[in-house]
Design a protein around this ligand. Structure first.
Ligand SMILES: O=C(O)C1=C[C@@H](OP(=O)(O)O)[C@@H](O)[C@H](O)C1
Ligand SMILES: C=C(OP(=O)(O)O)C(=O)O
Length: 428
């Protein structure tokens, strides 16, 4: 078993006197895998003519790059949701015969809504194991007359992003009518903004819940990807939990006006004690007073839920969460994972009523330190719990899970805490 042991920042000033180490860090951050993976699909649809700068080092993006170039008949996306959904649409519309597969967990993440829509547009796709789930075989594409499709908006926005990105290639374009609630809407808006930047004819009417894409091809252009706001969230939590009231953390490459909905962390963390100041190079985090309780709807920013839940739990801020239904179909069931692991740091996540309202609160009982946190093949479990190290020692299992979105996470953490990797021998 591999683990990483994190210890709070402290220095020995005189024998026996331990003082909090001043928390000062400048963090380069990984760039956004969401923006990268969209830019890569659009680039491929221009015949690889765009000059993409600052592409993410995330495994999800590196997998996308590899699979776009590969002649292999099997595309194994590993655990990358966007790579699976975006490539399925891309291979279908470009008429490439591919088997789409991934990790066992990827084969439990639903894809039926996207496949049904692609079939209606003319794709020939068959499931190889379970209906509605990978693996599946893409056999070919014969454009249908259909250019209007009704699609649920409440399961994953990635299906909608995948469809709109290929729509400029369809002979009659595409109109999507979104039904039900729309989850992760900022991710759809990010897709549409990037498409419009590359010259696509894009119209969204959020009142009517329709998106219309004209049959106008993309224009190749240079594009620079912003740093990752989801990755930035862990640094907000570090700042919120730092004991040093003068803590100052600078996050490079972030913009006040971002395409990424996870920039909502700026507003969330103001309530948890972090002030943001935008500079030429990024954003500077400093401490400010925190509130005693906070209610937040995570419908638009589901990837922030774990960061905020752990941070609030440790700070003793009562947190009410709504809009976290989609967490159950991500890298793991993130609600169940949080419920199990928050207990270990003396807190709990409870469902308040059947309407998906949840509360996180601290428990009065003490807990064992260091806690050993399981990560369930989920990068965000590891990174959400890492900031606890600003208060107490903590061990996190399978630390390389972070490679999915933020491979340099532990190197960056080493600027604010002591980071020791532990390789435990198998016991025979
Ligand atoms: O389009 C994207 O880049 C993403 C959309 C979101 O997924 P859902 O739309 O499934 O919520 C998010 O959780 C994921 O990390 C990235
Ligand atoms: C849910 C995530 O990614 P994906 O759905 O692309 O696997 C994530 O990065 O938190």
């Amino acid at each position: 078993m591999n683990a990483v042991r994190l210890s709070p920042p402290a220095t020995l000033t005189k024998p026996g006197i331990i003082q909090d180490h001043p928390v000062r860090a400048t963090i380069p951050l990984a760039s956004s895998k969401s923006e990268s993976n969209r830019a890569l699909i659009i680039d491929a649809l221009t015949g690889f003519q765009c000059d993409l700068k600052n592409l993410s080092t995330a495994r999800d993006t590196q997998t996308m790059i590899r699979l776009l170039k590969s002649q292999d008949p099997t595309a194994d996306v590993l655990d990358a949701g966007t790579t699976m959904r975006f490539l399925t649409a891309y291979f279908a519309v470009t008429g490439q015969q591919k088997i789409m597969t991934g990790t066992p967990r990827m084969c439990e993440r639903p894809i039926g809504i996207l496949v049904d829509a692609l079939r209606a547009l003319g794709a020939d796709i068959t499931y190889l194991e379970k209906e509605g789930y990978p693996p599946m075989q893409i056999k070919g594409f014969r454009s249908s007359e259909t250019n209007r499709i009704s699609i649920r908006g409440d399961v994953s926005s990635q299906y909608i992003s995948a469809l709109v990105m290929i729509a400029p290639l369809l002979p009659n374009g595409l109109t999507l009518e979104l039904t039900g609630a729309i989850g992760s809407r900022p991710y759809i808006e990010m897709t549409l903004e990037q498409m419009a930047y590359f010259g696509a004819d894009v119209q969204a009417d959020w009142e009517q819940k329709t998106i219309t894409i004209g049959p106008k091809p993309y224009t190749a252009k240079p594009y620079a990807i912003e740093s990752d706001w989801s990755g930035a969230s862990y640094w907000y939590s570090v700042a919120a939990l730092a004991q040093d009231e003068t803590a100052e953390i600078t996050l490079l490459g972030l913009k006040a006006k971002s395409l990424q909905g996870d920039s909502a962390i700026v507003d969330i963390m103001r309530s948890l004690g972090v002030e943001s100041t935008f500079t030429e190079s990024g954003v500077r985090l400093t401490k400010c007073p925190a509130r005693e309780s906070l209610a937040w709807d995570f419908t638009d920013c589901p990837d922030l839920a774990q960061t905020v839940a752990v941070c609030a739990a440790v700070k003793g801020v009562t947190l009410h969460l709504t809009g976290i239904e989609s967490l159950k179909i991500k890298e793991t069931d993130r609600v169940a994972a949080l419920q199990a692991e928050l207990q270990k740091i003396g807190a709990e996540l409870v469902e308040l009523d059947p309407n998906h309202r949840y509360e996180v609160h601290q428990l009065p009982t003490s807990h064992t330190v260091p806690a050993t946190i399981k990560t369930y093949d989920d990068h965000r479990m590891a990174m959400a719990f890492a900031p606890v190290a600003m208060r107490e020692e903590i061990s996190i299992e399978e630390p390389r899970v972070v490679d999915k979105s933020y491979p340099s996470f532990w190197e960056d953490m080493a600027t604010v805490a002591t980071v020791d990797f532990i390789q435990e021998e198998a016991i025979h």
